[in-house]
Design a protein around this ligand. Structure first.
Ligand SMILES: NC(=O)c1ccc[n+]([C@@H]2O[C@H](COP(=O)([O-])OP(=O)(O)OC[C@H]3O[C@@H](n4cnc5c(N)ncnc54)[C@H](O)[C@@H]3O)[C@@H](O)[C@H]2O)c1
Length: 346
């Protein structure tokens, strides 16, 4: 049994509170929120739960083994470092932090205190994304040509971080996970249309090793909700439509590549077109957030790093920071610091 606390019981945090009541090997010891109305709601929904606005009560509670931090991004660093130094395992929401330096300090605090640090990059625990990863790494997929991610909706609009840090953090993590490497460079264009100084719409291009391009489009001002990831390769095209519950993944067994006509001929190529079936593999339904929480508990119990550990969260923040640098340089190509060629096998 692992004893947990949830810090931040807003729109997203309540999902953790619900899940931690449902998972048998987890015991929710207390929840913490600084807003009286959220504390009142928690007391009303869960009358037996200990509810507090005091962070000291959470960090000094020796019965709390692990904390879930579901507060706004700007608070993640201070709360996570304090929790890790108090000896707690930490599951912190994405984006892990709002600067590379903060993310580095969080990863170091986890290592120094020998605690599990996990970042809530929920799509890495989505069964459809896992299926895509399995298919992309299969030799039958052929050479990966490019990826394309679209994440649009009307809201929710944030007032602390831009649509890039809020939404594209998911897609950057998905691309890294599918390719098992991080981008070498990024290029970005964004615009602000609402009455604040945060980007509402963005188009990002990433360059991965092996001449692989990825394109990410995010917007929180689009009346059409889209959650799609496409990977195109020489032999296949695979698509995740996360809004299609019945048929989330589709595989197009089609592709185009060029081959030399004669092995020793110079410059003479033939285009080979493969035209096959369109299939929807069966994906057993599962709740990504529950998969994520179960994985966090497994990692604590077995002392293993999570799939979305501090290093993966840090790579995510490095890419986001490079995107900001590209925007400041009017869309220039910017190298991503600390490029990682492959995540350790999971
Ligand atoms: N993984 C996902 O798919 C996903 C989805 C939605 C949101 N999120 C992330 O979850 C986090 C929270 O988002 P949200 O939409 O729930 O925001 P929210 O504003 O609705 O909730 C945040 C809550 O944290 C509380 N809070 C802030 N500072 C605090 C502090 N120092 N101590 C205690 N409580 C504090 C606020 O009072 C608020 O109730 C963000 O990082 C967001 O990116 C992740």
């Amino acid at each position: 049994m692992i004893n947990l606390a949830v810090i931040g019981c807003g729109y997203w945090g309540v999902n953790y509170v619900r899940l931690l009541h449902e998972i048998p090997r987890a015991r929710l010891v207390c929840v913490c929120d600084s807003r009286p109305e959220r504390m009142a709601l928690m007391r009303q929904k869960f009358p037996l739960l200990s509810v507090t606005d005091s962070l000291d009560e959470v960090f000094d509670n020796r019965w709390v083994d692990a904390v879930v931090i579901a507060t706004p991004a700007a608070t993640h660093h201070a709360l996570a470092v304090r929790a890790l130094r108090s000896g707690k395992h930490v599951m912190v929401e994405k984006p892990m932090a709002t600067s590379v330096e903060e993310a580095e300090e969080m990863a170091a605090a986890a290592a120094d205190n020998n605690r599990v640090l996990m970042v809530g990059l929920t799509f890495l625990y989505n069964a459809g994304i896992r299926k895509l990863r399995e298919m992309v790494s299969d030799p039958e997929f052929g050479t990966v040509y490019y990826l394309h991610c679209t994440r649009t909706n009307m809201g929710p609009v944030r007032h602390d971080v831009s649509a890039i840090w809020d939404l594209a953090s998911h897609d950057l993590a998905i691309c890294d996970y599918l390719l098992d490497q991080t981008p070498v460079w990024v290029q970005a264009q964004a615009s602000t249309v609402l009455d604040h100084d945060l980007a509402d719409i963005a188009f990002l291009t990433l360059g991965y090793p092996g001449n692989i391009l990825a394109n990410i489009h995010v917007s929180w001002v689009d009346p059409n909700k889209v959650r799609e990831v496409v990977v195109v390769g020489s032999q296949r095209r695979v698509l995740l439509n996360d809004l299609n519950a019945g048929e989330p993944v589709r595989v197009f067994e089609k592709g185009i590549c060029s081959t030399r006509i004669e092995p020793d001929s110079f410059g003479e190529f033939r285009l080979q077109v493969r035209d096959g079936d369109i299939i929807s593999p069966r994906i057993a339904p599962s709740e990504p957030l529950r998969n994520q929480m179960e994985h966090f508990l497994d990692c604590i119990l077995t002392d293993r790093p999570p799939i979305s550990d501090g290093a993966v969260g840090l790579a995510n923040v490095r890419a986001l920071s490079a995107v900001e640098e590209s925007l400041a340089k009017r869309g220039a190509q910017v190298e991503v610091r600390g490029y990682v060629s492959s995540h350790s096998p999971r």
